[in-house]
Design a protein around this ligand. Structure first.
Ligand SMILES: NC(=O)c1ccc[n+]([C@@H]2O[C@H](COP(=O)([O-])OP(=O)(O)OC[C@H]3O[C@@H](n4cnc5c(N)ncnc54)[C@H](OP(=O)(O)O)[C@@H]3O)[C@@H](O)[C@H]2O)c1
Length: 262
């Protein structure tokens, strides 16, 4: 078992916990006895999820933070310190995307998403990994996507940001291989959350995604907690999404083999 056991002095810090996969991760961990620290911008939604978890006996704190803000990230670290809890599990789940070509995108929006999807993941791993190493215990789950494996027209910065998360996560895992701290990349395919609507996808575009690719947030969370327990490097929920990622990797391999120049 690689997941640190539940402890009254420890917490699972989950970003993006106000909805979707992050909220499902909080529920899945609470059902196994873990206390959690839920982070997102929308305090009302965070409190509703916290109340639901407390009804089932879980210890929960909520911290409102805009993770694109360096000041909010520093305040998050300070507030966690004030709780006296150790971050035994870190789940970087907050993420966002837009739909549209690179040539036509709104640059400020894209840069904000890169700050969220990329910079905040690096910053939070850096902030909390030291304590895990010192305590000889800890687990990090970074949520990437099957978009990490391929270029995606209309989602250029999103796919690139998830490729970053996947690469960064694998490197962090490599660097921590002599420690008991585990690092896992979760790469879901399509999940019916607020994500697509927020990204601006139309109902027709969402309906065009084959039914076999979809996994519920609860199913993704269950598979992810299992991967955390095994200390797995990579978790892709659903056989169709594993096949999709494999096809992308085979295509990249083929391109690499043909790219040899003199
Ligand atoms: N849904 C999918 O099809 C899918 C597929 C593959 C990967 N993923 C990844 O899974 C993760 C979770 O997505 P989801 O599907 O659960 O989407 P979601 O329901 O839209 O959740 C996104 C979460 O991120 C938080 N968030 C957004 N901007 C933030 C900011 N600036 N600061 C702090 N928190 C912020 C949101 O909370 P607030 O708005 O309250 O801040 C929300 O809790 C993301 O990293 C996404 O890229 C999703």
């Amino acid at each position: 078992m690689s997941l640190p056991p539940p402890s009254p002095w420890g917490t699972a810090l989950i970003t993006g916990a106000s909805s979707g996969i992050g909220a499902a991760m909080a529920r899945a961990l609470a059902s196994r006895g873990y206390g959690s620290t839920l982070v997102a911008r929308d305090g009302g939604r965070l409190r509703r999820i916290a109340d639901e978890l407390r009804e089932h006996g879980a210890r929960v704190e909520t911290i409102e933070a805009d993770l694109t803000s360096r000041a909010d990230r520093a305040e998050l670290e300070a507030r966690v310190k004030r709780t006296g809890l150790s971050v035994d599990i870190l789940i970087n789940g907050a993420g966002a995307a837009t739909r549209g070509s690179i040539a036509e995108c709104d640059l400020d929006t894209e840069l904000g998403h890169m700050e969220l999807n990329v910079v905040s993941v690096v910053a939070l791993c850096r902030t909390f990994v030291d304590g895990m190493i010192d305590r000889n215990s800890g687990a990090i789950l970074n949520i990437a996507s099957t978009a990490a494996f391929k270029p995606m027209g209309g989602q250029g910065t999103y796919a690139a940001s998830k490729a970053f998360v996947l690469s960064f996560t694998r490197t962090l895992r490599l660097e921590l291989q002599e420690t008991p701290v585990t690092v896992t990349a979760l790469c879901p395919g399509p999940v019916p959350t607020d994500f697509d609507r927020r990204a601006g996808f139309t109902a027709e575009e969402i309906a065009a995604i084959p039914a076999i690719m979809w996994k519920s947030a609860d199913d993704v969370a269950a598979v992810a907690v299992d991967a955390l327990e095994r200390g797995a490097e990579l978790c892709i929920p659903g056989r169709a999404n594993v096949a999709d990622a494999t096809m992308s990797l085979l295509k990249a391999k083929q391109q690499a083999s043909q790219a040899v120049c003199r």
